[in-house]
Design a protein around this ligand. Structure first.
Ligand code: PNS
Length: 162
């Protein structure tokens, strides 16, 4: 039996923090599906197609990782693809407080388990939101996202400035 897990997120854009968690989760399951959803409470820089496209390139190093988009509830997506667990990275206590009720709700809804992996200390301050904010004010995001992602962020900002 293939033990499949889902790593969901907005990935707007994917960061080196996400990729650390994805790579380590890939070692724990037979197959890992990185699933892009949309969090309506967060402002977006990239379209769902652009986020998916960047993820496809970013997960190339791991042969057992694939990428998918999902709408609706993450638990329904997990059921659809027969995933036994949801994997989330935790950078610290704030992430835990945000993630715990979602994990409990998802367990309540369908019984799907959530596996929390500690984020690597080096990436503790890296978030998609801060990447977008720093880049939008001309700050250096190299080393915090893959190089091709930094280029896409720069291109997006240049386009939005006309
Ligand atoms: O990047 P984020 O904000 O951590 O991603 C959150 C996301 C999209 C994974 C989360 O909001 C989600 O799972 N949304 C799908 C809708 C859903 O299932 N909501 C109920 C969660 S208990």
């Amino acid at each position: 039996m293939t033990r499949r897990a889902v790593c969901p997120g907005s990935f707007d854009p994917v960061t080196n923090g996400h990729l650390d968690v994805i790579g380590r989760a890939a070692g724990l399951f037979d197959e890992l599906v990185v699933a892009t959803g949309t969090n309506p409470s967060k402002s977006r820089m990239f379209t769902p197609e652009e986020r998916l496209d960047m993820l496809i390139t970013a997960v190339e190093p791991w042969p057992n990782v694939r990428v998918a988009g999902f709408g609706g509830l993450i638990v329904d997506f997990c059921r659809e693809i027969d995933a036994v667990a949801i994997v989330k990275g935790l950078r610290g206590a704030t992430d835990y407080e945000y993630e715990l009720p979602m994990a409990q709700m998802n367990l309540h809804l369908t019984g799907v388990e959530t596996v929390f992996l500690p984020g690597a200390v080096d990436n503790a301050f890296v978030s998609s939101s801060l990447i977008k904010e720093v880049a939008s004010f001309g700050g250096d995001i190299s080393g915090l996202v893959p190089d091709f992602v930094a280029e896409r962020v720069a291109a997006k900002l240049a386009k939005s400035r006309g």
